[in-house]
Each structure stands twice: as structure tokens, then as C-alpha cells.
Design a protein around this ligand. Structure first.
Ligand SMILES: [Zn+2]
Length: 268
């Protein structure tokens, strides 16, 4: 079976001058046009509001799709992260906050980018995604969300997330048309922090080994990078380019999350 790569960038930087956002958007747009490989931007509402014209410059880009990452990066669930450094807890937002954040951002995407938002990445990511939270799924479903990227941590609310944790429907929770895409492996910023930000080759080598395994098993790989991390110590996004070229060499198919979701809905 052919492996599939879904690349989603969380576009979330909220610097006052928008400098990092603009640099990332311009370079990512150029890179994806050059390689003709699709990607999805999961955008924080505040980031979109502050940089509307930079996002609008990308309208009609043939390889980019736009979805959301809440309005102000509020967590959908509490994270209790346990690793060698100890235990850290970040509290999730209230249901009211979540409803407001998600609806507001979908409205912004509609008003500013003419996008019908179907997808969300949950800030920080959580063990089990939203399997244990039908109340949150209900709020998202009401807001028009049909696919989620919330399962981004393992049983210690840490990483890596095993690649074999594949996309699944939230049917048992009562939402048979909602699809979860677990984020496989590491989020880029966590692994790059561990390996050293300037160690681009070390990061790419790690991912190449993972991609060999994913390709051999024909898995779906939902991969997460961020706007700010993608250009940190790497303004040309050489790291991202190397990963995408290697995925192509290994025979991966590439899709946006939106297209994968639509296809999965038809095949179901
Ligand atoms: Zn985020």
C-alpha cells in the first residue's frame, strides 16, 4: 500500500510586527509551488487578523489549504505532560471558551479568506485526541468542524506518538462524520529543541529513518510543523524541502487534510 503524507503547519506566531508570519508565509508558498506538494495551514485566528493581507496574498495558491488552530491558542483539553523533566500541567479552556474560539476563527476564515473551515488542530495535542470528550466534539461539530488533529501526545502526554495510530472516525462518540488524524512521531519544535535548533541534518536523518518505516508499512503520516519553527535557524526551509523530497523519493502520496477527509468520507 502507498504511504500518504499530510503536512500541516500550525500558523500561530503572534508577534506584534508580524515579521515571522510574513517570512514564513512567503517562503512556504514559494516552496510548495516549486515542489508541487500540498500543505495545510492550521491558523490561529489572532495571527490571521493581524496579518490578513499577507494571508490574502496566498488566495488561489494551488497547493495550500487553510484550516484553524483556535482563536488565541486555547487548549481544548488539559495536558498533563510526564517526562524526564518532571510533570507539567496546562489547563484546557472551558467549553464556553472553546465554542467562542472555534466559531470566531471559522468566521474569520470565511470573511478574510472565503474558506469554509472543516478542520482544526488542537493546541498542544492530547492523548487519545477527543475520544473521551464527546462534549467537545459536539461543540466542534456544531461549529462545522469535520476533521480534527488533536491526538498529538502519547499516554504520558508526551511524544513520540506511535505512527501506527492511524486516522479514525469518532463514530462511537456519536459523530460518524468526524475524522481524527493523530499527529505521528514528534512535533517538529519539540524534537528540534532536543536535537539543537541548528542541527538540521540530525533532524532530517531522524525523519528519514521514520519515513523508511512509514513507507514500508504503507501508513498515513500526519506530520506537524509550525510557522515560527520552520524558519528558525533555517530561513530557506531547507529542512522541510529535504523531508518533502525524501518522501517523494520513497513514493509517498501527498494530500491536504481536506482532500483526504473528503476521500475517506466517500470510501467509508
Ligand atoms: Zn499551536
Amino acid at each position: 500500500m502507498t504511504a500518504t503524507m499530510l503536512l500541516g503547519y500550525d500558523v500561530e506566531h503572534r508577534g506584534a510586527d508580524g515579521e515571522i508570519t510574513r517570512r514564513f508565509l512567503a517562503r512556504a508558498a514559494e516552496l510548495h509551488a516549486e515542489l508541487q506538494i500540498p500543505a495545510t495551514f492550521f491558523i490561529v485566528g489572532q495571527t490571521l487578523e493581524r496579518n490578513a493581507s499577507a494571508f490574502q496574498a496566498l488566495l488561489g495558491h494551488p497547493w495550500l489549504d487553510f484550516q484553524q488552530h483556535t482563536y488565541s491558542h486555547v487548549l481544548l483539553k488539559t495536558v498533563c505532560q510526564e517526562n524526564d523533566a518532571g510533570t507539567r500541567v496546562w489547563r484546557g479552556g472551558t467549553l464556553e471558551q472553546i465554542r467562542d474560539e472555534v466559531n470566531r476563527t471559522s468566521q474569520l476564515l470565511k470573511d478574510l479568506l472565503h474558506v469554509n473551515c472543516l478542520g482544526i488542530t488542537g493546541p498542544y495535542g492530547y492523548y487519545r485526541g477527543l475520544k473521551d470528550r464527546p462534549d467537545i466534539l459536539e461543540i466542534l461539530h456544531e461549529a462545522g468542524i469535520r476533521f480534527t488533529r488533536t491526538f498529538g501526545r502519547n499516554e504520558c502526554d508526551w511524544q513520540p506518538v506511535p505512527y501506527e495510530w492511524q486516522p479514525f472516525w469518532y463514530a462511537p462518540q456519536g459523530f460518524p462524520d468526524m475524522l481524527e488524524f493523530p499527529i505521528g512521531g514528534w512535533q517538529d519544535c519539540i524534537l528540534r529543541e532536543e536535537l539543537g535548533w541548528a542541527n538540521l541534518d540530525g533532524y532530517v536523518a531522524r525523519l528519514r529513518a521514520d519515513m523508511d518505516d512509514i513507507a514500508a508499512r504503507g501508513l498515513v503520516w500526519s506530520y506537524c510543523q509550525h510557522d515560527w519553527s520552520s524558519i528558525r535557524e533555517d530561513p530557506e526551509m531547507r529542512l522541510t524541502r529535504d523531508i518533502l523530497l525524501y518522501a517523494r523519493e520513497k513514493g509517498f502520496a501527498f494530500q491536504t487534510y481536506r482532500d483526504y477527509y473528503q476521500g475517506a468520507l466517500q470510501r467509508r
